[in-house]
Design a protein around this ligand. Structure first.
Ligand code: AMP
Ligand code: ZN
Length: 295
């Protein structure tokens, strides 16, 4: 097998592009794709400071390193959600990574704010843990990004295509209107970017392996039964029979702009903290009140 770029021996076969590459040409191909995604969607320029939200998994750790290699000024943010037997282990991986590659890291611990972890908070809020976790993560990322130009997350092509499928199956028009590799700044909400929107997890695993990234592989114990895994399985099945279907599906959705002129809900600043919300008080502040009343 020969590298289709340089003619040397190819170690990598990317089915999604029907492309055989050697390790060096793969790294070049990988970073060029992410750089062109950043440029095409005007996500950031080299003077920008980017807060990279990292979970300890392959996607966000790879993104953190790649953005640094591309010359951006980056800081990692790990949010410890106090999930037993999980959050501490993920944090250790993130800390080890940050030391190994000399990258600046900030850690925010939910227990320091609420005195308890997300599982208990979900019970108090009468909501599913994944919803409370998502709400807490979004809020804290925005809080921590005040001095930054944008927040980057490790969402991949697989994440974007499968959440698109989920949103279409239920015709969630509001979500479809907002689904994009970039969300511009809006009031207290910082600009959010997903530079891996056109990069598959298959490619990220190869990058992480070539860079010797020691990432956290466990699934969150609270997310058992999450439908996102089902959509990903569906796509992997489809992808086996029809390589590049994932990429085509997502790209064509963005090109067609079906839902772009849908009217979005009106957001107002929270009366307590100023964070943009649909109600008069945001869910983060409501949860804080509930916890305070228990004490
Ligand atoms: P997930 O929703 O778990 O698929 O994660 C999507 C993205 O959110 C990841 O790629 C990270 O950028 C970010 N993220 C997930 N968990 C955390 C965390 N505990 N702290 C900071 N960022 C996170
Ligand atoms: Zn608030």
């Amino acid at each position: 097998m020969k590298c289709q770029r340089c003619g040397k021996v190819a170690q990598i076969n990317l089915r999604i592009y029907n492309l055989k590459l050697c390790n060096d040409c793969f790294l070049e191909f990988f970073s060029r794709r992410v750089r062109s995604t950043i440029e095409k969607f005007k996500m950031a320029n080299l003077n920008d400071k980017i807060l990279v939200a990292v979970s300890g998994g392959k996607d966000s750790l790879s993104l953190w390193l790649l953005l640094y290699e591309l010359g951006f000024s980056v800081r990692g943010l790990y949010i410890n959600l106090g999930i037993e037997n999980f959050s501490e282990k993920a944090q250790e991986k993130v800390e080890k990574f940050s030391q190994e590659f000399g990258l600046e890291l900030k850690i925010v611990n939910i227990k320091d704010i609420f005195g308890r972890g997300v599982k208990e908070l979900a019970r108090i809020a009468h909501r599913a843990p994944c919803r409370v976790c998502g709400m807490l993560r979004r809020y804290i990322m925005n809080q921590e990004a005040k001095e930054f130009n944008c927040i980057a997350t490790g969402h991949t092509l697989d994440d974007e295509a499968s959440s698109l499928l989920g949103n279409i199956l239920y015709w969630r028009e509001g979500y479809l209107a907002r689904q994009s590799p970039i969300l511009e700044e809006e009031g207290s909400l910082r600009k959010k970017i997903k530079p891996f929107s056109f990069t598959s997890e298959e490619e990220i695993v190869i990058y992480a392996r070539l860079k010797n990234i020691d990432f956290f592989e466990e699934r969150c114990p609270l997310s058992k039964g999450a439908t996102s895994f089902v959509y990903k399985e569906v796509f992997n099945l489809l992808e086996k029979r029809m390589p590049a279907i994932k990429l085509g599906f997502y790209k064509e959705f963005l090109r067609k702009k079906f839902f772009k002129d849908k009217k979005e809900v009106n957001l107002n600043p929270c009366k307590i903290c100023g964070y943009l919300t649909v109600d008069s008080i945001c869910n983060f502040c409501k949860l804080k009140e509930k916890v305070k009343n228990l004490n």
